[in-house]
Design a protein around this ligand. Structure first.
Ligand code: DAH
Length: 388
């Protein structure tokens, strides 16, 4: 509303001017939305004086009608504007108040999530994998629940081999295990084979000769050798990391542990290739200046078989408690693949040669990092695990 209109208003309709002054003061004084609504009802509502004046225009003298009609509307529009403006103000103020009251300090640092890292065993497996991948090997896998055939028979393991007893192997079929234990006392391996072939699961268990159990938790990663050769043509260059199981528990043995198996089958492979490969591996894993030696040994699936020793990491070869004063630590088993194995997988034993090796991951990690007790690796005590 401009000055001329205001002047007009005061001169010609003092009551409307007064209503405007009163209404605008009341709107400005309203401190919260409810109070403002009351102001709106009082000055602009159906029963307000302004509405009354505008409704009764027809009863005014003809000369006053247009003046009161026009100025009345000006006052109504102006009051509506003032109320709306005050409403905006109040809303803004309450928003500002809420924002202050509920303010989040986003500059406060959050609760830090501790960052983990790979377990020493996983790390060691990766280290070993890296070394052999660098030499052109591929990683192979096999099942942890294994057939007796792959874990023992096809690895050239005789029926009466001690590894096939319940003391060394977790058999999955308990009945089979019990029969085996009962039979072990007297029956001959030939008898075992006969009962196995006849396959009489419901028979008189304890009385019969031992049977060859079908299912077991693999005791070594070596069955992956057989599975791999069965499923692919030579040449073969694989390593197989994985969990294996044996009924042992002491400072250096846990019932579940890890091995990495290796197998190379090709033409013209000799023991010198095995030695060179293992030497390269030992140098990369334990350090370039470590000496190694091969010692004759026996495994059913290699001929000849060897064990690999590395110069003691603690004393460097002079002799200490850790190496039982020999200066050497046993690292792994290995050998030239026994030609009998080729017969199980349909390879031509006249044309092919190969070597294999198998190492315990826990043992490697313990030696490298000076861990005295294998059980600590699986206790999940962060104070221990965080060191690596
Ligand atoms: N499987 C053997 C073990 O459990 C380790 C081993 C020895 C694996 C000689 C091999 C090998 O492949 O050639 O103790």
């Amino acid at each position: 509303m401009d000055d001329a209109q205001l002047h007009d208003l005061q001169e010609r309709t003092p009551e409307l001017a007064a209503l405007l002054a009163e209404g605008s003061a009341a709107a400005a004084a309203a401190a919260e939305p409810d109070a403002l609504e009351q102001v709106r009802v009082r000055f602009l509502g159906r029963k307000s004086r302004l509405t009354e004046i505008l409704r009764s225009i027809s009863s005014l003298p003809a000369a006053e009608r247009p003046v009161v009609g026009k100025l009345g509307n000006v006052v109504r529009v102006e009051l509506e504007r003032l109320v709306a403006a005050r409403e905006d103000e109040l809303r803004g103020a309450s928003l500002a108040a809420a924002l202050t009251a509920e303010r989040l300090d986003i500059t406060l640092p959050g609760v830090p999530l501790p960052r983990g890292h790979r377990h020493l065993i996983s790390r060691t497996i990766r280290e070993v994998e890296d070394i052999f991948l660098g030499m052109g090997y591929k990683v192979a896998e096999g099942p942890e629940i294994e057939l007796d055939y792959y874990n023992f028979t096809a690895l050239n393991t005789p029926d009466d081999h001690p590894a096939r007893s319940v003391d060394d192997t977790f058999f999955i079929d308990q009945r089979t295990a019990i029969r085996r234990a009962a039979g072990d006392a007297g029956a001959s391996p030939a008898g075992a084979a006969a009962v196995s072939a006849a396959g009489s699961p419901g028979g008189d268990a304890a009385a019969s000769a031992p049977v060859v159990g079908d299912l077991l938790l693999r005791t070594q990663t070596s069955p992956v050798q057989v599975r791999t050769m069965e499923s692919q043509e030579p040449p073969v260059y694989i390593i197989c990391p994985g969990k294996v199981y044996r009924p042992d528990l002491d400072a250096t043995h846990t019932p579940m542990f890890h091995q990495v198996e290796g197998l190379a089958v090709d033409r013209g492979i000799t023991l010198a290739d095995l030695k060179g490969t293992l030497h390269q591996f030992a140098r990369e894993f334990f350090g370039a200046d470590r000496a190694i030696r091969l010692r004759p040994h026996f495994f059913p699936f290699t001929e000849p078989s060897v064990e690999l020793d590395v110069q003691c990491l603690l004393c460097g070869g002079t002799g200490c408690r850790s190496c039982k004063y020999s200066g050497w630590l046993e690292i792994l088993g290995a050998g030239m693949v026994d030609p009998n194995l080729y017969g199980f997988v349909g390879y031509d034993s006249g044309e092919l040669q190969g070597f294999a090796f198998g190492m315990g991951v826990e043992r490697m990690a313990m030696l490298k990092h000076g861990v005295p007790d294998a059980r600590a690796l699986f206790d999940n005590d962060l104070r221990f695990l965080e060191q690596f």
